[in-house]
Design a protein around this ligand. Structure first.
Ligand SMILES: CC(C)(COP(=O)(O)OP(=O)(O)OC[C@H]1O[C@@H](n2cnc3c(N)ncnc32)[C@H](O)[C@@H]1OP(=O)(O)O)[C@@H](O)C(=O)NCCC(=O)NCCS
Length: 327
């Protein structure tokens, strides 16, 4: 069996910064509350003319350059997103065209904030079986378009961004993706969802008026669920590879809330210093979070050959998972 390696990373965040202080004038909140409860200080907001495929393409171009390959060498593109440019066709179709990746088949994958880990796992299967040589996994979200800017429970949390990973078969021993573990509990779908705008409740004046086409969340339930699920999935992943917490050199986590990450890592006995953090600058960017964080660590030169990276992410579904990668 071939072993999948991450051979390139890239990220893109829109220029416009929205600070906690600016949010104070939009909803009843405070910089202190947001920092203390989430760790977020500011987030990026896409320009009106930008759609998800624009952010995705920018991140992908950087990842391709980092990998040293051209778009026509790609065989597969997976775009993990809950904010495609249009309901039809896929966001991946626009990204494929913008990149000029004419040899790649491409599709969207919906697993919310766990989307990039799901995408990594799917692409890993294609590469391991030899069906695909070069795969591009992108996580992209324009969450600013689907949050209710009058709801302080949600609007302070999210940001817009894209992250990308280029995958290829490796031939350097056990370097590469060692495992992926994916989970979903559909019974918990109601704690984080967009109730309207789909086939159950198509867009209508009522849906718009009641903001049923925006994110609705039970924050406390999501928090509780996330802490339990993430620690279980990382523990399972470490055990599956015969590793312990002490073997983990880096944690690349979905950046939803600093308190969730702290709680999970302390229960796993992994020091917080091993976790690459950027949610202070970007907030929760959903599926973009993991590849964007990995890209920051990669470009900072923090990842050394042979280092063990534990990845974890969770989001609406509830969908979650973990991956262990030997860099
Ligand atoms: C959302 C979250 C930050 C709220 O933190 P919390 O400590 O659980 O706060 P609570 O929900 O208990 O709310 C405490 C109070 O703060 C208020 N509050 C909520 N948002 C606020 C805001 N932006 N500013 C000020 N006050 C706020 C609440 O209304 C509540 O007031 P009340 O006690 O009068 O009802 C936290 O639950 C969380 O991070 N959950 C996970 C969310 C997440 O990660 N979602 C994405 C997953 S991918």
């Amino acid at each position: 069996m071939l072993r999948t390696r991450i051979v390139g990373t890239g990220a893109y965040a829109p220029e416009k910064v929205l600070t906690n202080l600016e949010l104070e004038s939009m909803v009843e909140t405070s910089d202190a509350w947001i920092r203390e409860r989430t760790g977020i200080v500011e987030r990026r907001i896409a320009a009106p003319e930008q759609a998800s495929s624009d952010l995705a393409t920018a991140a992908a171009e950087r990842a391709l350059e980092n990998a040293g390959i051209t778009a026509d060498q790609l065989d597969l593109i997976i775009v993990a997103t809950v904010t495609p440019d249009t309901p039809l066709p896929s966001c991946a179709a626009y990204v494929q065209a913008k990149l000029g990746a004419k040899n790649a088949f491409a599709f969207d994958l919906v697993a919310a904030c766990a989307g990039s880990l799901y995408g990594l796992s799917v692409a890993d299967q294609f590469i391991q079986t030899g069906k695909v040589k070069h795969a591009l996994v992108i996580g992209v979200e324009l969450l600013s378009r689907i949050v209710d800017w009058s709801d302080r429970n949600t609007c302070v949390l999210f940001g817009d961004a894209a992250g990308a990973m280029v995958l290829a078969p490796g031939n350097e021993g056990d370097r590469g993706v060692l495992s992926t573990h994916l989970y979903l509990d559909g019974d918990a779908a109601g704690i984080l969802h967009i109730p309207g705008g789909g086939s159950r409740m198509p867009a209508s004046p009522e849906v718009l008026e009641q903001k049923l086409n925006k994110v609705h969340m039970n924050g406390r339930e999501v928090y509780r669920f996330a802490v339990r699920a993430l620690q279980d999935s990382v523990r399972t992943a470490l055990q599956a590879n015969g590793l312990t917490a002490a073997d983990v050199n880096h944690v690349v986590a979905h950046q939803a809330n600093l308190r969730i990450i702290e709680a999970v890592l302390s229960r796993l006995d992994i020091p917080l210093e091993r976790c690459h953090l950027n949610l202070d600058r970007y907030g929760n960017t959903s599926s973009a979070s993991v590849p964007m964080t990995l890209d920051e660590a990669n470009r900072a030169g923090a990842l050394k050959p042979g280092d063990v990276i534990a990845m974890m992410a969770i989001g609406a579904g509830m969908a979650w998972g973990s991956a262990i990668v030997r860099w």
